[in-house]
Design a protein around this ligand. Structure first.
Ligand SMILES: [Zn+2]
Length: 273
């Protein structure tokens, strides 16, 4: 591991390096890490900002969506002047201004099965910041089949959920152990239908960033096999233990999902939380 840091880097990351659990070695791990973020929206904004500020060396941003006025209530990596621009490009500009030492790879494209096959193997771990069951299930299946952990957050109204799916390790549950099949279309509303308190996406995206940093650094107890649920109105967090399902179609011994052919049709337009 390359432990050479410039004076400016030592200064920039001094509060990290002071932490016994991080130190120069941990900071070098962050610099070497490659993280893929799907959706530069309400979750992806704080997530990408904190990963860039932390010095995560390479951040990939996937988003084919265009910035709209109604996004700015929560998607804080953008600005009013950038309405009409691609969100991955807009967020990349903000990250570059925050930390020019970080490499941001812009993927201004739809996350479909082809993009998943091509992009996911190029990164160490994947973060889901989308608000669309088709994309969630595609990412859950793709990350399992391609052997990458999926740090997955979701928000709606005043509530947020977070977990890490890592069924490929043979120990922890995958996303289909929790949700075997997508709900019927229209059953679960999206943020664009039901609304979301902007700050709730900020909290959940920041928790997602914290779990990513823990995974890269190899510290603490990451949320593998657990689901964190936050009710903002009650100001209460709770954690539910998730079990690996022996009958799971993705990670069980009789698994029937062996490729992404079920995701051949491109998902509908992604609303990024
Ligand atoms: Zn499973």
């Amino acid at each position: 591991m390359d432990l050479d840091f410039t004076e400016a880097e030592l200064h920039r990351y001094s509060r990290h390096i002071l932490l016994q659990e991080v130190g120069a070695t941990g900071q070098a791990k962050l610099r070497a890490a490659r993280v893929l973020i799907i959706g530069a929206g309400g979750l992806g904004s704080p997530l990408a900002l904190y990963l860039a500020a932390a010095g995560v060396g390479t951040i990939g941003l996937v988003d084919d969506d265009t910035l709209e006025l109604s996004n700015l209530q929560r998607q804080v990596a953008h600005s009013t002047a950038r309405i009409g621009r691609n969100k991955a490009e807009s967020a990349a500009e903000t990250l570059a201004a925050l930390n020019p030492g970080v490499r941001v790879e812009i993927h201004a494209r739809r996350m479909d099965a082809a993009a998943a096959q091509e992009l996911i193997p190029r990164y160490d771990l994947v973060c889901d910041g989308t608000d669309n069951f088709a994309t969630r299930f595609l990412l859950g299946d793709a990350c399992h089949l391609l052997g990458r952990p999926l740090v997955s957050a979701a928000v709606l109204r005043f509530e947020g959920q977070l977990s890490i799916f890592a069924g490929h390790d043979g120990v922890h549950p995958c996303h289909r152990c929790l949700h075997p099949e997508p709900p019927p279309p229209g059953l679960v509303p999206t943020c664009s239908e039901a609304g979301v308190l902007g700050a709730v996406t900020g909290v959940m995206g920041t928790l997602q960033a914290t779990e990513v940093l823990k995974l890269i650094l190899g510290i603490g107890d990451p949320l593998r096999g657990r689901l964190l649920i936050w009710d903002a109105l009650d100001a209460r967090f709770r954690t539910v233990r998730l079990k690996r399902d022996p009958g799971c179609a993705l990670c069980g011994p009789g698994a029937t999902i062996r490729d992404l052919s079920a995701h051949a049709a491109p998902p509908a337009l992604v609303c990024t939380a």
